[in-house]
Design a protein around this ligand. Structure first.
Ligand SMILES: Cc1cc2nc3c(=O)[nH]c(=O)nc-3n(C[C@H](O)[C@H](O)[C@H](O)COP(=O)(O)O)c2cc1C
Length: 197
């Protein structure tokens, strides 16, 4: 069986510009021989972290919602592709809440010193980060990268590649830039290949 890649779409638009790049990257990973699964954040039903601290002593969260089915998937996957637009110089709120719920992994790794990800799995886990912004200013990706790098650390996944595209306020429709779509495909393909078989 091929390696598993989970794609996480952070944009609320499921056919917007981020989504176009996301689909290309997932297609690339699939063509590289990976089994691909999508998590579309806007379609999930979950609460933001309530700091109940159940995860300080347990391998899951006390909140019973869509996150429960996702924790095992994020433990088992080999690759992750996250695609999101910049919103207010960070990631969209619902994607941030999704990431905050991985406090379950944080507590296991940093407090109880026993990661939820097996040593075997940890070795090769890799993540690709795709992000687009409206503005074209040097610091536009600083905040989002800090958040995504922290998330990848928490879930024991190497931040292995990125595709950061600014100036969407002028590009408007990513389909007018086939080279960028092709780059997303190639990065997804490279991620998939790098995971081995
Ligand atoms: C609520 C909101 C906040 C945004 N904040 C920023 C921002 O701080 N910096 C920026 O460069 N672009 C910002 N943008 C622009 C988006 O990043 C840009 O339009 C992107 O192409 C949207 O991608 P999508 O088609 O996947 O929704 C914002 C867009 C929205 C809707």
């Amino acid at each position: 069986m091929g390696k598993k890649v989970i794609g996480i779409l952070g944009s609320p638009l499921t056919d917007g510009n981020t989504a176009q790049l996301f689909e290309q990257a997932l297609k690339g990973a699939k063509d590289a021989g990976c089994e691909v699964e999508k998590i579309v954040i806007v379609n999930l039903d979950f609460q933001a972290c309530q700091e109940m601290m159940f995860c300080k002593e347990h391998e899951t969260c006390i909140l019973d919602d869509d996150m429960q089915a996702l924790y095992p998937k994020l433990r088992e996957t080999d690759g992750i592709i996250i695609a999101t637009p910049v919103m207010t110089m960070g990631i969209p709120g619902k994607l941030k809440s999704f990431i905050d719920r991985f406090q379950v992994f944080f507590m296991a790794k940093y407090v109880r010193k026993k990661s939820l990800v097996s040593d075997e799995k940890k070795k090769g886990r890799k993540g690709l980060f795709i992000c687009i912004s409206g503005m074209n200013i040097p610091e536009v990706f600083v905040g989002v990268k800090l958040t995504i790098k922290a998330f990848f650390d928490i879930i024991d996944c190497q931040y292995s590649d990125e595709l950061l595209i600014s100036d969407m306020d002028h590009i408007l429709d990513i389909r007018s830039q086939p080279v960028l779509l092709e780059t997303a495909y190639k990065k997804g393909f490279a991620l998939g290949k790098s995971l081995g078989s």
